[in-house]
Every structure is written in C-alpha cells, then in structure tokens.
Ligand binder design. Structure first.
Ligand code: NAD
Length: 325
C-alpha cells in the first residue's frame, strides 16, 4: 500500500472502526445464534398458546444442490422444534399438479409456512407457483404482495438472505444511517430486496448490475458493499474503498485451477484441498485481495448461507404468530 493510500485509509477508517488497519473475517456466527435464539423463543411462545409452527417444503426432481439446501432447512426445523413436512415431486410434474399442491397447503390450517425450492423444471412457471402461495404463508417472501409490502415499508414476510444480512449489519455496525451502500446484483431474491432494506435503514443506496458502466469506480465510493452476482471472485480489493465492510452473498463452485490459484494463493491449505478434490466453493468476492483493503469481509462458505437458514426459521415463527393473531 502506498503512503498516500495508507494515509487515506487511516482517515477513512474512522467511518466504522476508528483506526482498524487490517481487514478481518466478518463472522456471522453471533448473528446466527441471535436469530436462532429469537426463533427458539418464538417457537416456545407458540407452543404455549397453540402448537409449534409448521413449514411445508416442496422440492421437485433430483438436483443435488436443491436437496442439500432442503436438508439443511429441515435440519434447522428439527433443531428448533419447528414441524416440517417435505413434499417430493417428480421432475416431470406438471404446472397444474404443482398449483394443486400449493392450493392444498394454502387451505391446510395446520400449515403456517410454504416454501417451494427453486429452481423448478422448465415446464413449470416459478412465477405462477409463487403467485399461488398464500402471501401470509410465503416464508421465502417472494410473492408480489410481500414484494410490494417491502417496497412500501409495511409489515410482511421478506426474503431470508437480505433480511439475515440486515440483522448482521445491525448487530455489527455502530450506525447505518447516512452510509453509502452499494448492492451488486439486482435479482428479486437478493439484490432488489437488499436495496429496499438498506434504504429503509436510511442508507444512500446504489445498485450495480450487469449493464452498469464502470462498476468498479462506483463501488469504490461505498461504505457498505453487498455482492450477489454469481461470478467467482468478481470483486477484489481494487473495487473497494479502504475500510469498507463487505458482505459476500455469492456461492459458486469452481473447478478452474488458475482461478483457484488466484483466489487461494499457491501456498494455502485451501489451494492444497482444491488440488486434492478438484473443486471448491467460493464467493463473488476475492476474499484475500478484499481483506487487504476492506475492514470486514464475510467468508464463503460459512457466512451468509447460515444467516439465510436462521432467518427462514424466524419467518416461520412470524407467519405462525400472524396466523394465530
Ligand atoms: P441471479 O443470477 O438471479 O442475479 C445475478 C445478478 O447479478 C443479476 O441481477 C445481474 O444483473 C448481476 N450481474 C451479473 N453479472 C454481473 C457483473 N459482471 N457485474 C455486476 N452485476 C452482474 O442471482 P441471485 O439469485 O441473486 O444469486 C447471486 C449469488 O448469490 C449466486 O452465487 C447464488 O448462489 C448466491 N445466493 C446465495 C444465497 C445464500 O443463502 N448465501 C442465497 C441466494 C443466492
């Protein structure tokens, strides 16, 4: 780091961390425990008054990644005493069969939350299925009614990943008001709801997407960066303002040796593990490079993914409480 960059880093670090010079891992562990505790208390409260929340999960076909995600969600339910029902449908299920299943779950008074694991096969419209879910059982927060509620700042059920990320920020950062937040990616699942939530927390928000010219120079202005793109190692230290805090939502499997060498460094344990298995999970942020400039960076794996599942449990509790009242 040049002397002038070092001086500007010291000056700018005042923003969040008054003097921290080396970047460090932004652990999500405490926030995950906090969310799980809140959910646990919610489950106990509901059990005293009626019964534990009940989540129904629909999964279609044999996609290995989808099965891993669903297994983790069901495990979290059993850890907290949330009742879960898993509905496995075949890869060749028709759209009308799926809509019938959703309708049945909407009408089942014993079910508080409905989650349809995406992606769905090409013959089924994900939009049609999401729109068929009762918005008050929509624990993923993808239904247009909940999207509208979020945009308007009303109460509702909102996407678990960005809400979990907000919980991390609120717990870790002294002040969000007035910060410049840059969200990279504009998906309905992460980018757009993330931007709304940051706006509600009084940040000034810029969204960068695939058609944004000079994304790097915009990102360099951010105090807070949230990256949800699906491009391994896209954001390195050259994108970041010294002292920025960075949330890496991306989860990408890499098999390319050169990329692994760049991201992990040749002498690292991670690179050795990659060379043994031929694959590795990485985020959208070049973690090593980003840590040289940023104050905090969330790790992948073991970062945002855990927040997402903990927040899903809280959404189940919220849905059950709303239905009870
Ligand atoms: P998506 O494919 O729906 O959206 C990607 C977005 O990135 C798009 O809006 C696109 O405009 C933007 N984009 C693409 N290339 C870009 C570029 N070069 N520069 C700037 N923007 C670019 O993806 P998604 O569903 O939002 O997921 C993004 C990543 O987050 C994926 O890796 C996904 O696996 C991961 N994810 C993780 C969790 C979790 O719980 N940790 C949850 C959801 C998604």
């Amino acid at each position: 780091m040049s002397i002038s960059l070092l001086v500007s880093a010291v000056l700018r670090y005042g923003d969040f961390f008054g003097g921290t010079l080396m970047g460090s891992r932004w652990s999500t562990k405490d926030t995950v425990s906090h969310l799980m505790d809140q959910a646990r208390q919610g489950v106990a409260w509901l059990k005293e008054r009626s019964s534990a929340p009940h989540l129904a999960v629909i999964i279609v076909g044999d996609d290995p990644a989808s099965h891993v995600y669903v297994r983790r969600k069901v495990e979290a339910c059993s850890e907290l005493g949330v009742k879960s029902t898993r509905i496995d449908l075949p890869e060749d299920v028709t759209e009308s069969e799926m809509l019938d299943e959703v309708k049945r779950l909407n009408q089942d008074d014993d079910v508080d939350g409905i989650l349809v694991q995406l992606p769905l096969p090409s013959q089924v419209s994900a939009n049609a299925v999401i729109e068929a879910i009762d918005p008050d059982k929509d624990v993923d927060g993808f239904h247009p009614v909940n999207v509208g509620r979020l945009a308007l700042g009303q109460a509702g059920l909102f996407p678990c990943t960005p809400v979990g990320v907000m919980a991390l920020m609120k717990q870790s950062l002294p002040e969000l008001k007035g910060k410049h937040a840059v969200v990279i990616g504009r998906s309905a699942i992460v980018g757009k709801p993330m931007a709304h939530l940051l706006l509600h927390a009084h940040c000034s928000v810029t969204i960068i997407h695939s058609r944004t010219p000079n994304p790097q120079s915009i990102c360099q202005l951010a105090d807070i960066v949230v990256v949800a793109v699906g491009r391994p190692g896209l954001v390195d230290g050259s994108w970041l303002k010294p002292g920025a805090v960075v949330v890496d939502v991306g989860i990408n499997e890499i098999k390319d040796k050169e990329l692994a060498r760049r991201l992990f460094g040749e002498d690292s344990k991670k690179y050795a593990r990659f060379m043994r298995s031929g694959r590795a999970l990485v985020g959208d942020v070049d973690y090593r490079s980003a840590l040289g400039v940023a104050a905090w960076v969330t790790p992948v794996p073991g970062g945002v993914g855990r927040l997402t599942i903990a927040q899903l449990m809280l959404n189940c509790v919220t849905a059950a409480k709303r239905r009870l009242s």
